[in-house]
Write a protein that binds this ligand. Sequence first.
Ligand SMILES: Nc1nc2c(ncn2[C@@H]2O[C@H](COP(=O)(O)OP(=O)(O)OP(=O)(O)O)[C@@H](O)[C@H]2O)c(=O)[nH]1
Length: 318
Amino acid sequence: MTVPVLLVAGALGAGKTTLVNHLLRHPDGRRIAAIVNDFGAIDVDAALLAPSADGIVSLKNGCICCSLQGDLLRSLMMLTRRRPSPDAIIIETSGASDPAAIASALLDPVVFAANPLDTVVCVVDARQVADRPALLDDPLWQSQVRAADFVILAKVDLVAPEELEQVQARVAARHAGKRTFNAIDGAVPSPVLFSQGHHAPAIRPSLRAIEATERFETMSWTAPLPLSLPRFQRAVGELSSVLLRAKGFVTFDHQPDQPLVFQLVGSRVTISPCADTAGDDPMNRLVLIAEVGRLDRSAVTTLLDATTTAPANRNARD
Ligand SMILES: Nc1nc2c(ncn2[C@@H]2O[C@H](COP(=O)(O)OP(=O)(O)OP(=O)(O)O)[C@@H](O)[C@H]2O)c(=O)[nH]1
């Protein structure tokens, strides 16, 4: 039994989970399984994925390009053996992953025979590139785009038409001939991503795979009590200059029954309602990611702990 693989790469917060969710919600008759890789210790992406998927495996607390490669290959084998077997398996890399390293593992002849690498896509946040074009020259971003057959320019709803043209021109200038597709909320026609025949993807392994742990560090924060919204907003304001990415679930004291999804990408924050979160998990759980050396863990913990409405903080001013 062979089950082809779609590899979804892209920087932290680019819009990978949103794209995978779109594909799971619009499977066009395919049974699609997914393997998601969160760099942090808390399972945020798996919790945000459509329950309709034909199997989801979450590999967390490391990168499938380095420390979790064995787990990735075991998960692929496990999903392939499911009955009925999936028609396709999507692998969503963590934003810290170098897809070239994952692709070379997948191009191993034994793995390829069972799980041919069908397509590699790189999701690029069009808003981030419009704001900071130099990101395209970052070695990890370059490696992610270079490894891809297609670039998905995500969040095009957040850029003006002339900005979008500039972003497209910048990608083309650095990666001549690379085909790009625009996406809003991950909406890309699935036939583009699931090709009929398998082909050699555009992988050129980088000279040296970029080790995620050399570049990024992550910490988790949890709290069992609701948070004060103004205090949390202030804390996030203070942290946003240090953080590259943060995500997770929060609950505020004025709406203690409404779990919310918290997302921070660069300096952009969104908080949106969440249908459900896992029953026994703490009501607030966040993963925070920054460049190595920039996270003062105890200061961040103290700052965030002070946003809870725990008795010790009740007298703090909002
Ligand atoms: N406005 C807008 N927001 C988007 C779009 N796509 C994704 N987002 C938002 O961008 C944030 C990050 O999206 P994710 O899909 O979680 O990004 P990711 O690449 O999976 O993030 P990591 O796995 O943490 O690297 C979320 O708040 C999304 O709702 C889009 O097309 N338009």
